[in-house]
Write a protein that binds this ligand. Structure first.
Ligand code: TMP
Length: 213
């Protein structure tokens, strides 16, 4: 049995990841590929429980190190219970966020450092990395406007200021350069159909898939 592929979608708030992961899953399923759609933080029963514990608290409730360790504990559960078994049976796994979120949010955003995040990551995942990471990139103001429309101004993510989100955007773009082999940057400021079409094209090219849209 050929091992499946692991694709992750990353990006700041309002980038449209949830819409695009669904599009991508439909596209691959249409080509007869067995797809498991999942997310982080979460993606398994136990990891979702950690997500609830972590994300339902107000911003700043958790110490940054505790936050990192909670996320990594959830990731280990997600990998062992969901991702690895699916890949082993030949399914393709699409994850809405993965370790690059931790590198960006906790590593750069909270200041723990990408090297620190990588050290802890290696303890739980060794050298496992996605086969392809799609970074949905867009200006912070556009992302904010979209989230405000969807969730209203009290959404937890907006408790952080514009500078924080700008820092995140730059962190993601730096990661895309650092891990250029697996990263592709997609302009997510366009409408969802245009973004989906580009993602299909990238995925076809990256994996040499002979499927039409
Ligand atoms: P979501 O809105 O994509 O479900 O993500 C929830 C929040 O979790 C989002 O603000 C990003 C954050 N997050 C981290 O801070 N670190 C991580 O490692 C992951 C996976 C998510």
């Amino acid at each position: 049995m050929t091992r499946g592929k692991f694709i992750t979608l990353e990006g700041g708030e309002g980038a449209g990841k949830s819409t695009q992961v669904k599009h991508l899953a439909d596209f691959l399923r249409g080509a007869g590929i067995d797809v498991v759609l999942t997310r982080e933080v979460g993606g398994s029963f136990s990891a979702e429980a950690i997500r609830d514990l972590w994300l339902t608290q107000a911003d700043g409730h958790w110490d940054a190190w505790t936050e990192l360790l909670l996320i990594m504990a959830a990731r280990r559960e997600h990998l062992v219970k969901t991702v690895f078994p699916a890949l082993d049976r030949g399914a393709w796994v699409i994850s809405d966020r993965f370790a690059d979120s931790t590198r960006a949010y906790q590593g750069i955003g909270l200041g723990l450092g990408v090297d620190t995040v990588n050290e802890v990551y290696r303890l739980i995942a060794k050298d496992f990395e996605p086969d392809l990471t799609l970074l949905l990139d867009l200006p912070v103001e556009i992302g904010f406007a979209r989230v405000t429309k969807r969730c209203g101004p009290d959404d937890r993510y907006q408790q952080k200021n514009m500078d924080f989100h700008q820092k995140l955007r730059e962190a993601y773009l730096a990661l895309a350069q650092k891990y250029a082999q697996r990263f592709r940057v997609v302009d997510a400021s366009r409408d969802a159909n245009a973004v989906a079409a580009e993602i299909e094209k990238i995925v076809r090219g990256h994996f040499g898939l002979l499927i039409s849209s």
